[in-house]
Design a protein around this ligand. Sequence first.
Ligand code: NAD
Length: 429
Amino acid sequence: MTQISETLPDDDGNRFAAAEDLNQYRIAQAQFDRAAAHLPDLAPGLADWLRRTSRVITVEFPIETEDGSVKTFTGYRAVHNRVRGPGKGGIRYHPDVTEDEVRALASWMTWKCAVADVPFGGAKGGVVCDPKILTFNDLRKITRRYIVGLGDNIGPHTDIPAPDVNTDANTMAWIYDTYEMMHPGTNSLPVVTGKPIGMGGSLGRREATARGCLNVTMHALGRGVLPGHNRLDGMRVVIQGFGNAGSIAAELFAKAGAKIVGISDSTSGAYNEHGLDPDAAIAHKERTRSLAGLKNAEAITNEELLALPCDILIPAAFENQIREDNVDAISAKLIVEAANGPTTPGADRALMQRGIPVIPDILANSGGVTVSYYEWVQNIENQEWTETDVNQKLKAKMERATDAVLEMHRGIEKARGEREPADIRTAAV
Ligand code: NAD
């Protein structure tokens, strides 16, 4: 098994803890190695292939930004593995996007599609840019040039993008339109999912990541993942990140009877021990583009938010939020990862030792790719499913995936004996 953090000797031979390695790709590979250790029949050469990304494309392209200057941007698209079907995975716009981050996210997509049992492989893309300082038109040009640069490396049956951080239905419409212009006369709708409803998008896709997260959480609670807490009703929930995944999770978890006591975005955190109103928070964020100044809430920092005592903590922002250096402050009873990669291997170990279960990203947020699959099927078959139909199918799939992962987890724990607990992530991978 790959050891991510280690102790190193100093000049006097004293050992000290090296800083935790936060490289997402090495983290993903370490998670794979940990799971592969439970598969003695997996040939080492095959394992070596399965832990790597099979392809990464880099494109560099200029656009004339609205201020009249010409700027060059870098974009990546990684395919981890396509054995189970075409590559599938979101596109992220963020200044911190790196090739290794995209490789990691693509790996998690492969395992997620397998967990959700949708016939896709894993892929992911990103453009290094800061949407906060770019205009709508700049983002449109970036999207079009990025897609032209990728050319036929994406396609309805090869690699199918979707939304991720800082991209949305609008971005997906630009992707579709650009690809369609390059392939006139064919049905290009299935080249991308998460499109606007009027342009071949699926009802329920916008809410799917959060809804799937809710389905998984309720089902896992019902199956006893958190002894003594079988129902979500009345549970105190804290959510980090208030975008597509986080804000809709706040809405849906509250509707299902939970009390949302803490929320945050990149600018601010908000806390109320008696419960926040998610709809008011969404309206406030839409109006001011920030959670700062939210009424009936105490302003807190993100570090304080992660440390809030609660029943369920839902990281829904970025990777590496719960790490060795802050895990001791976590006071949640259960962690449900709506974000990809929010918990580092060091933090995973510490949480396991403290008996705090983590429902891992590749299960907890697999609702997004599941409804992306439904959108792809509807596009290919020229069908339009009702929202009720989509949500019912999603719930059944999330419950089956949760059952499969928890069964696998039980099997691993049984094989190891009661004295050696295993984490749910290893079972999912
Ligand atoms: P988004 O861009 O809609 O929202 C991201 C949110 O995180 C924003 O509210 C932003 O302000 C907040 N944020 C950024 N930095 C933060 C910080 N340091 N602390 C607290 N909040 C911070 O993105 P999204 O689509 O909601 O994606 C969030 C996570 O969910 C990502 O890890 C993404 O990969 C994962 N995910 C998204 C989908 C999807 O369908 N959109 C599907 C599966 C997984």
